[in-house]
Design a protein around this ligand. Sequence first.
Ligand code: HEC
Length: 178
Amino acid sequence: MKSRLLKITKWVLLVGACLLLLAQLKRPAKTNPASDPSLALAAHVQLDPKVAAILDRSCNDCHSNKTRWPWYSNVAPVSWFVIGHVDEARHDLNFSEWGKYRLEDQKAQLGQMCELITEGWMPLSSYTPLHPSAKLSDEDKKVICDWASAARAGCAKGDWYRLRSLLSQTRPRVIRIS
Ligand code: HEC
């Protein structure tokens, strides 16, 4: 009886090891695409060093093209989750491509950043155990939220300038009509 159990255990371990080896063959692409510095968040929004440091240690691995890929991102099946998260995070919000977003989307993202960190959704809870320095203190959250609301106000000013320049472009036409 005991030897039969041992045999089954051996087979299970062997099959498991083979599956794990086979899993290594599926390697989704791990990319850090080159990006135009003029599109980066820092080129569009005032980022003081404190804010930049928090975003760098807590968000940039997923929400930028400058991911520091951890060693376990080479080992399937963990790699599938890590790469999937980064792809999804970049698709939703990529600080390296901030300049591509419309002003209203930038404003919405700034609002969501504060909301999601306050509620504890970001950074992802699967990330922090192996990146303890990414955990945000209450002070960090306040720094990000204060910055985000100031940046939103800056975006609103941008809207006003855009509207004013649009109006000034249309004025000559109005004059011609009258
Ligand atoms: C381990 C990867 C990871 C880290 C680190 C991370 N995020 Fe995310 N983030 C994601 C993923 C994945 C999503 C998409 C979640 C979804 O759609 O369900 C997301 C979504 C978001 C969104 C929503 C974007 C949208 O348009 O819906 C915001 C805002 C956000 N994250 C902010 C942050 C901030 C701020 C930080 C740093 C404090 C951070 N995230 C750190 C993975 C991460």
